[in-house]
Ligand binder design. Structure first.
Ligand code: HEM
Length: 506
């Protein structure tokens, strides 16, 4: 009996659906096998964590997308301990040794540094922050670092102080009315960054205009979050590759023209100075040694993005006010060097950064082929310390959710605190190059604000801590405060004598 073979090109009813069905069944089998492998046969399957996180990347992506992953991972650490598996290929650590093994220089031990993943940045791959090549990173870092050293920042003290003085003057004009302190501090920090990077402030304080570059920096960080999300899935990876193929160097059109414009203005100012460079003492003056123009541009963007998201601390502490107002006789005594020695102020900053780290997520690293040894185990995957989880880990901190600066001052009640589980500025060759500047700025802001004003939190901001949401950094809501100028004893005394004198004359 002969079978009727359909002619080529003629569709037989039922063939297409059954093909689709076969593909679907195959996909399900593949997925199921993958999930089973992830759960029971994967090298990370021995690490604790919820099964739903270990099975696929979906759960982790869901929380990243909602902007609450750092919170969730913190909860998981409180439940499962210092190492948590929160994705098929990702481990999070709250552990002092993990800092050394993941971020520290590996030269002394294995000699193989953990890697950063290459990422699309607003300008190109060549920049400092996401540079996957240790050699290229090292070269850029060596040129940038001197400007951010203790000496580099001390040399800029006059400018730093000037910006804070402008802030104080602006706030004095508004005293008694509610002001959004975050908005004003962001403006001050960005003017300072403008000075540091391009030799001129952006005029944010003067014109009372929030600089566009801060919005754009925020947008870039959000884009980075999405890239991290995409790269966990095959389709996402393909999409990222396609985007990189067609827009390899210019993802965000704002930054290239912003940098070009500012460098041009800078060049013009230099030319007006006769080209001797005396006026423009900025990072670009230092970076021009040994860098290509394109590298200068991308490093400038790195600094704008990394430095843009600034610092907010609990400003209304009695003990801090006492330390600041009783240590100094006048505001001009508040030099960077003097503020560095204020124990309580430093403890307040440490405690603020513990509870409210500038970046609540992690900067993950990828182990080398063959794995790296982390906390005694050979790990073949992506790893990181989550800043939020480390600061909020109940087994590491006594009274974990309370703001207690005394824990940084040797108070006996907190002797068992594991202070080494947090490193606000990371450790190792890729730690924060801007930390001296960040600390100097924070000390100046806090000390001079407290010196000048009594501060009262407005009702609408009383739940400020509860309002935050974040992707990689925070979406900070306004922090509304009323500032009242401090009536100084000396000032009050002069006033009293004035009144007395006037009385005597009448
Ligand atoms: C409270 C404020 C700040 C905190 C907590 C902070 C924290 C950090 C951390 C944890 C890293 C390491 C990232 C990694 O592991 O990949 C980092 C890197 C970096 N930070 Fe900061 N930062 C702050 C302010 C600043 C400021 C003001 C600047 C300068 C304008 C800056 C510039 C940078 C740069 C350029 C990098 C990359 C360094 C490299 O890859 O070599 N940061 N920061």
């Amino acid at each position: 009996m002969s079978m009727a073979v359909p002619p080529v090109g003629i569709q037989v009813p039922g063939t297409f659906p059954s093909l689709a069905l076969n593909v679907l069944v195959l996909a399900c089998v593949f997925l199921l096998t993958k999930i089973l492998h992830n759960l029971y046969f994967h090298p990370l399957s021995k690490y604790p964590g919820p099964k739903i996180f270990a099975a696929t990347s979906l759960a982790s992506s869901y929380y990243l997308f909602r902007g609450t992953r750092a919170y969730r991972i913190s909860e998981l650490h409180n439940r499962y301990g210092p190492i948590v598996r929160f994705g098929p290929n990702e481990l999070s650590y709250v552990n002092e040794q993990a800092w050394k093994d993941i971020y520290g220089s590996q030269k002394a031990s294995t000699g193989i540094q953990l890697k950063k993943k290459a990422r699309v940045t607003p300008m190109s791959y060549l920049s400092l922050f996401p540079n996957p090549s240790d050699e290229a990173h090292n070269r850029l870092r060596k040129v940038v670092a001197p400007g951010f050293s203790e000496k580099g920042i001390r040399d800029r003290e006059t400018l730093l102080q000037q910006h804070v003085t402008s802030l104080i003057l602006k706030l004095s004009e508004k005293s008694g009315n509610p002001v959004d302190l975050i908005w004003w501090m962001d403006c001050t920090a960005s003017d300072n960054l403008g000075d540091m990077v391009f030799g001129q402030p952006f005029g944010a304080l003067e014109t009372e205009t929030f600089p566009e570059v801060l919005h754009q920096a925020d947008a870039s960080l959000k884009e980075l979050a999405f890239n991290i999300l995409y790269e966990q899935y095959l389709l996402g990876k393909i999409w990222t590759k396609i985007r990189e193929r067609f827009t390899p160097r210019r993802v965000n059109s704002f930054f290239p023209s912003f940098v070009a414009e500012n460098l041009q203005k800078r060049g013009k100012r230099l030319a007006e100075q006769g080209g001797n460079g005396a006026e423009v003492n900025d990072i670009n003056a230092g970076t021009s040694r040994g860098l290509q123009p394109e590298e200068i541009a991308v490093v400038s963007v790195d600094l704008m993005i990394a430095g843009a998201d600034t610092i907010i601390t609990a400003l209304s502490l009695q003990a801090l006010s006492h330390e600041i107002r009783s240590t100094f006789e006048s505001e001009s005594d508040m030099t960077l060097a003097a503020l560095q020695n204020l124990k309580y102020l430093n403890a307040v900053l440490n405690e603020s950064l513990r509870l409210f780290p500038a970046a609540p997520e992690t900067t993950r690293r990828v182990t080398n082929p063959g794995g790296n040894v982390i906390c005694g185990d050979l790990i073949p995957t992506a790893v990181g310390v989550y800043y939020w989880a480390a600061g909020h880990n109940a087994s590491s901190w006594h009274k974990v959710e309370s703001f207690i600066p005394e824990r940084w001052l040797g108070d006996d009640k907190f002797k068992d605190d594991a202070r080494g589980v947090v490193n606000h500025f990371a450790v190792g060759p890729r730690n924060c190059v801007g930390q001296t500047l960040a600390l100097a700025q924070m000390r100046l802001f806090v000390a001079r604000l407290i010196w000048n004003f009594d501060m009262e939190l407005c009702d609408e901001s009383k739940k400020w801590w509860g309002m935050r949401t974040f992707v990689l950094t925070y979406a900070k809501p306004p922090l509304m405060m009323k500032l009242k100028p401090v009536v100084r004893f000396l000032f009050a005394k002069t006033l009293a004598f004035g009144v007395l004198y006037a009385d005597l004359l009448t």
